[in-house]
Design a protein around this ligand. Structure first.
Ligand code: OAD
Length: 234
């Protein structure tokens, strides 16, 4: 089976009702990224940050995967599929994708403020208990915080993602502006000769010298077109 690797960003969840981060109406117009998505912001005002992610989590459980997520999952029938996502939502999993690498953490999980990547401290929230509060403690006694990789923090899943990219026979980028590193750098790990597709309704700047086949459409329309192309080539 050929290996297909997806790199997805906020754009794939737009049809599920989520905002992107950059651009008009992006989340970073409403909130300051340094306040709610940086480790310094968290230590400055933990309560603001905890509440911001509590709100996003509520929106997540009330939303559903869209056709774009489902079409990505449907390719598991035909390819050895890995989804590397920058998204903290669980919409790929809920659409049926079984091999998802979250580069920037997971909204449904919370962890220790002292040791965020200690697996013993990571807990999964449930629809019955969606919010965390100041005073809630992780296993190591520190304040519980969202399991999100903030600016200023290491990206522990990058190595596994890079390994997948290096083995890709087909690489597909969907709905990311490729502004945030190291995630955006994944495309440079793709072997020469591997076909790279990019699905986005807006122009995206890719690193110099990398050749991509662009499908300038929204995620679900674009995935429909891509699936036809890929199955015709099989
Ligand atoms: P961006 O907001 O930077 O980019 C979203 C991309 O989605 C843009 O290229 C849009 O053109 C595209 N888009 C919009 N509507 C779409 C649709 N219907 N279908 C497909 N694509 C569409 O979001 P990311 O690149 O994901 O990190 O941002 C990367 C990281 O920056 C995020 O993970 C987040 C943020 O700061 C953290 O919070 C740590």
């Amino acid at each position: 089976m050929k290996k297909i690797v997806f790199l997805t960003g906020a754009g794939i969840s737009v049809e599920s009702g989520f905002s992107t981060f950059r651009g008009a109406n992006g989340l970073w117009e409403e909130y300051k990224v340094e306040d709610v998505a940086s480790i310094e912001g968290y230590w400055r005002n933990p309560s603001l940050v905890i509440n911001f992610y509590n709100k996003l989590r509520k929106q997540l459980v009330e939303s559903s995967p869209n056709e774009g997520h489902r079409l990505v999952a449907s390719l598991e029938e035909h390819f050895d599929t890995t989804v590397v996502t920058q998204n903290v939502d669980d919409l790929h999993e809920r659409a049926g994708s079984s091999n998802v690498i979250h580069l920037h953490g997971e909204l449904m999980k919370v962890t220790s403020s002292s040791n965020p990547n200690d697996p013993r401290c990571i807990q999964t929230l449930t629809p019955e208990r969606l919010d965390i509060h100041i005073g809630d403690k992780a296993k190591d006694g520190s304040q519980l915080r969202p399991f999100i990789v903030w600016f200023g923090e290491a990206v522990p899943m990058m190595e596994e993602a890079a390994k997948a990219a290096m083995q890709a026979d087909i690489f597909v980028v969907i709905g990311t502006s490729l502004n945030v590193y190291p995630a955006a750098g994944l495309i440079s790990y793709v072997p020469q000769g591997t076909k790279i597709y990019l699905i986005d309704p807006n122009p995206v700047r890719v690193p110099y010298g990398i050749d991509v086949h662009t499908i300038q459409k929204g995620a679900s329309e674009g995935m429909k077109e891509l699936k036809e192309i890929l199955l015709a080539q099989k």
